[in-house]
Design a protein around this ligand. Structure first.
Ligand SMILES: [Fe+2]
Length: 230
């Protein structure tokens, strides 16, 4: 796993990409039981620029995502959750107010694994194969799907996520607040748009729609999204 030095983060826009290990795209959702480990970033911090700056990626991955793992390990220590896999933690803690902090941190740990993994500089810019067919059948085509996903993401009140979801044999668009996600509701998340302000405020300030458009048009690896279909 790469390290992101505090100094490189503080340097902000002037920083050079920290030394990173370029991992193969990972599918860590089924990782072994805790302690829960943040997977490596699958590209350099500046790989998503200019759509998402190296400064935002450095803070988002190195501080926010890391903190969800740190808190999850802290809050689950000594509980039955510590022996579960990450997805099991989300499902077991969902709907339990007394375990809300575990659910929220597990959800955010999981959500950001998908988030980083679904992007690829130079990746497939349009859906293909069974994904393209399903988008045409269920969501009215690629542009209509992007419009619906943008509307759902931009419309989140406060912090949360917009999602392209496989629900049984049908694709749908949904949004969730905070650290919640489709997995906790028994659905399969194919693509997640993070609209917490930490995802875009340094680069776009209050222009959330511009950020969502940039993500969908320039960063998503649609082959990866296709391969996540059941
Ligand atoms: Fe985030």
């Amino acid at each position: 796993m790469q390290t992101i030095s505090r100094r490189s983060i503080v340097r902000g826009a002037a920083m050079t990409a920290a030394a990173v290990t370029i991992a193969k795209p990972y599918l860590a959702f089924g990782q072994a039981a805790g302690p829960f480990t943040q997977p490596p970033l699958p590209y350099k911090e500046d790989a998503l620029a200019p759509s998402i700056s190296a400064q935002t990626v450095g803070l988002h991955y190195g501080k926010h995502h890391k903190a969800y793992f740190d808190n999850l390990n802290k809050f689950t220590a000594g509980t039955p959750y510590a022996a579960m896999k990450l997805e099991e933690v989300m499902k077991a803690s969902a709907g339990k107010p007394e375990d809300a902090r575990i659910f929220n941190n597990a959800g955010q740990a999981w959500n950001h694994i998908l988030y980083w993994d679904q992007f690829k500089p130079g990746g497939a810019k349009t859906p293909s194969g069974k994904l393209a067919a399903a988008i045409d059948k269920d969501l009215g085509g690629f542009q209509a799907m992007k419009d619906k996903l943008t509307e759902a993401s931009v419309g989140v009140f406060g912090s949360g996520w917009g999602w392209l979801v496989q629900d049984g044999d049908k694709l749908t668009i949904m949004s969730t607040p905070g650290g919640d996600n489709p997995v906790a509701k028994g659905k399969r998340a194919l693509l997640g748009i993070d609209v917490w302000e930490h995802a875009y405020y340094l680069d776009y300030q209050n222009r959330r729609p511009d950020h969502v458009k940039a993500v969908l048009d320039t960063l998503v690896n649609w082959d990866y999204v296709r391969d996540r279909m059941a």
